[in-house]
Design a protein around this ligand. Structure first.
Ligand code: HEC
Ligand code: HEC
Length: 287
């Protein structure tokens, strides 16, 4: 009896580990018009700030792929789009509403892209949703009742990172050293990016409403995704370096400034009509 329980436990743990492994992206694009739309969606995700269908909606110098590496084809945790579509419609604590994949995509334009929300069912919106959905080909639906994040991004944020920040173990000075050693070559000593490498603070970066502007969320992402091509940060380095990055100015966030005029808005699927987040500083400014 005890043996059977032990075996079941081993199998359950093995199953969990298996479930965590991110599968490869699909190899072939769908045929016909759908395939063309999927490719359009991929192009927009790769060139969001310059693509003719989306540049008017972007207010910084980033692309979706700046954080969703390889356009979300990466297997890196918190950056992949593989397994993302399988969880929608999902509950969003931020919107206090059940949101669709399209809603989730469009809301990124207001925050990570520091721009304006494009209309639901616009060509760009459907194309990005088609592309992200295609990346979950073969993955069973598993709607998320807690958060609008994908199968392979749970638990989100990273529990070890959250624990460090919540217990106050954050050292901006050390973060500066980590930044100069491991990040400045690509993102610049001034944080404004070098060549095609993107800015990490200042007017051309994501705004205060973006997940990345939150030290816990930003460090969770950085732990698995930076330095680019060789993610190697310890939990403490990830926390300290993102606190250093967020000790610099960036655009503040006022939700209603990022919604288009009412006649162009369509349905905004949210029960939170306003949210104001001042630019973050670390340590947080005293109230
Ligand atoms: C500045 C970084 C950044 C940029 C730019 C960005 N995102 Fe994200 N995005 C994140 C982070 C961080 C998360 C939450 C982590 C996670 O769980 O995947 C996220 C989550 C998502 C999710 C939920 C998926 C999931 O599995 O969590 C979708 C969909 C998404 N982003 C779409 C987009 C689209 C489309 C764009 C471009 C219009 C974009 N994002 C631009 C950082 C960014
Ligand atoms: C070898 C160059 C390189 C290094 C080193 C590097 N990055 Fe990046 N980083 C990139 C690239 C490239 C992207 C965008 C990915 C893309 O466009 O394909 C990026 C994206 C980012 C982003 C999200 C987009 C933005 O600009 O806000 C953050 C935040 C970030 N890096 C932080 C860091 C941190 C922290 C370090 C050091 C621990 C680091 N990076 C080291 C190249 C680098």
């Amino acid at each position: 009896m005890r043996k059977a329980v032990g075996l079941a436990l081993v199998l359950a743990v093995a199953g969990l580990a298996l479930a965590q492994k991110v599968p490869d992206p699909p190899k072939a694009y769908p045929p016909g018009e759908l395939g063309e739309l999927v490719k359009l969606g991929e192009a927009i995700i790769m060139q969001t700030d310059t693509h003719p269908l989306t540049k008017a909606y972007v207010g910084d110098k980033l692309q979706c792929k700046s954080c969703h590496l390889q356009g979300g084809k990466t297997k890196n945790k918190y950056a992949t789009f593989i397994g993302t579509a399988a969880v929608f419609p999902a509950y969003s604590p931020r919107e206090k509403a059940v949101v669709t994949l399209e809603d989730r995509i469009l809301n990124c334009f207001m925050r990570s892209m520091n721009g304006t929300r494009p209309p639901v069912a616009s060509k760009a919106s459907v194309a990005m949703a088609a592309y992200i959905t295609w990346l979950s080909t073969g993955i069973p639906i598993q709607q998320n009742s807690k958060k609008p994040v994908g199968l392979y991004s749970m638990p989100w944020p990273d529990p070890a990172i959250a624990k460090l920040v919540k217990s106050g173990k954050v050292d901006v000075k050390h973060g500066e050293q980590v930044y100069m050693q491991k990040c400045a070559a690509c993102h610049g000593k001034d944080g404004q990016g070098v060549g095609t490498f993107p800015p990490v603070w200042g007017p051309n970066s994501f705004n205060a409403g973006a997940g990345m502007a939150n030290v816990i969320k930003g460090a969770s992402w950085a732990k698995y995704n930076m330095p680019f091509g060789n993610p190697n940060l310890t939990d403490q380095e990830a926390v300290d370096v993102m606190a250093f990055i967020n000790s610099h100015p960036r655009p503040s966030f006022k939700l209603t400034d990022h919604l288009p005029p009412a006649d162009k808005l369509g349905v905004y699927n949210s029960n939170v009509p306003e949210q104001i987040i001042p630019a973050p500083t670390w340590p947080p400014a005293k109230k």
